[in-house]
Design a protein. Sequence first.
Length: 213
Amino acid sequence: EAGLEPLLDQLLADANQVPRVLASGYVDAEKGFADVESVLDGARQIFMERVAEEADLVGRLRDYLWSNGWMASTVAEGMAESGAKFADYFDYQERLAQIPSHRALALFRGRTESILRVKVRVDGQDDLAAPHLLGGCDLLIADHYGIAQRQRPADSWLLESVRWAWRIKVAMQLETEVMLKIREQAELEAIRVFGDNLRDLLFGFRSRAAYRC
């Protein structure tokens, strides 16, 4: 994508520019850009990298995901019978910020045993019934760069770049982070509960021993 940043900057600065017209000036087979499509793909890759490296924006996306996301699970194909012990989670979802530790650990066990498919999803994001609409995460990215659909020549290309940036570059990274956070919190809570139960058990044993004496 070397040399294509000016193209991206022009489109971001003025969406009245026509992407294909601007891109035609960057066609150079020797640099790996044999046609307009490859030039625009390269510019889009640069945009995706920018989004992923924008720490403040990624932080806001992370917060949005945590507040509005769900942990969802489905049964893996052909595993319903052998994975019956996870039947409660064959079609399950719960808010990320509210999922109890024992359920989170059950989901991770089911995934480890290849019984469950577990993912993070956000309301209105990646709506297969309306793929042209922007979800909340898309909107955060678009707003950050001043991108909006105002029927200008570059608007559609820029909005599609926003969708790609979320789906391909940022979503998987944040899902991994969120899953790790949930697992760590659940494991710490499980350790705390085990410790409390053990203390109660030992206290009860000592109390009974003292009573006998």
